[in-house]
Design a protein around this ligand. Structure first.
Ligand SMILES: C[S@@+](CC[C@H](N)C(=O)[O-])C[C@H]1O[C@@H](n2cnc3c(N)ncnc32)[C@H](O)[C@@H]1O
Length: 315
């Protein structure tokens, strides 16, 4: 029986060349905003600290029961996690999925090598992880499809997951991501997504994400994104968080969706976009882009804000 340390050596880590330097401390591209907050060792530890702090803070998410309901009848051969963070939320899904198919394999894909290792440490020994991929799933490069597709047999069933409201954070918007993922997926593959939602009574002013409502761990995460662009110390940005950070409202690619753009006032650069979807219009957008909705559940936490989970299949 191999221990976790030995199991780690059995996992092939594939790193997209453009991300090798970034994970070693090279400059990040000028157009990275949300991608910058997770970048480098400081970004990885800032996300891990954010998850470890209060889950109810505005930059977190998640109803486990809806995710479990969505996947209850699936028995995929592969579980491909797009942006697993530290793998804690994927772990909740792995056990029921393995009950349905004991041979399922798990492949995490993240821009952060530190977070990829954290994910592998969380899940090693629980599920077979043949590979982990460090890549940018927004870049549209052929790296991810090439690394994945060579592993799949034509009869394999594949589940992709994009959890933690990441769809609403994307630097290049939803359309480009959706079209590139749709091209990578094969007909019959599933996609599980989780997003923040809004009612018609939602207002920007009353959204907890549009105020300085973030705890210290989350503030340091945002400060990492600023620091990687400006070279300032994370702690200096953290100390001046309330003067430094502001909030704007904008639209996204998905009809009915409103984004809160968390901004660095000093550079006018966006730190992170966090989006609230109109649930019905999001389901319509998924359908228009080539997926059929198999499961959907949206729960409003109050009269304005909610969380939705959808499982869709590529037509
Ligand atoms: C909001 S966190 C969600 C983490 C986890 N899925 C959860 O639900 O707790 C976003 C994750 O996606 C990764 N990520 C964000 N944009 C990415 C991109 N363009 N390519 C690859 N990974 C990305 C981040 O490094 C981070 O691990």
């Amino acid at each position: 029986m191999l221990n976790n340390e030995q199991l780690l050596h059995t996992i092939q880590i594939e790193i997209e060349p453009a991300l090798l330097g970034i994970n070693r401390g090279a400059d990040i591209p000028a157009d990275w905003s949300q991608r910058a907050i997770y970048a480098g060792p400081a970004g990885a530890s800032a996300w891990i600290n954010t998850v470890a702090s209060d889950r109810s803070q505005p930059c977190n998410s998640g109803s486990h029961s809806d995710l479990l309901c969505a996947i209850s009848s699936l028995s995929p051969d592969w579980f491909i996690s797009l942006g697993p963070g530290n793998g804690a939320r994927d772990r909740i899904l792995v056990s029921p999925l393995l009950t349905n198919n004991a041979h399922m394999r798990y492949v995490p894909i993240d821009l952060s090598l530190g977070l990829l290792f954290a994910t592998i440490s969380t899940l090693v020994g629980q599920v077979h992880i043949p590979a982990g991929i460090v890549a940018d799933f927004e870049s549209g490069s052929s790296f991810i499809p090439e690394r994945l597709c060579s592993r799949f047999k034509s009869s394999d069933h594949i589940l992709y997951a994009l959890l933690g409201c990441t769809l609403g954070n994307l630097d290049r918007g939803e359309n480009q991501f959706a079209d590139s993922l749709h091209t990578t997926m094969r007909s019959g593959d599933w996609l599980l997504i989780e997003v923040a939602t809004r009612t018609n009574a939602w207002t920007f002013e009353l959204d907890p994400r549009a105020r300085h409502n973030y705890d210290d761990a989350c503030r340091r995460l945002f400060a990492n994104g600023i620091s990687l662009h400006t070279g300032e110390a994370i702690e200096d940005i953290f100390r001046n968080f309330e003067q430094r950070v502001g909030y704007d409202q904008s639209l996204t690619d998905v009809p009915g969706c409103i984004a809160i753009d968390i901004m660095d006032r000093k550079t006018s650069r966006r730190i992170l976009r966090t989006s609230r979807y109109d649930w019905k219009q999001l389901l319509g957008w998924l359908s228009e882009r080539g997926w059929t909705v198999l499961y959907e559940h949206n729960v409003f936490e109050d009269e304005r804000c909610g969380l939705g989970v959808a499982l869709v299949v590529k037509r």
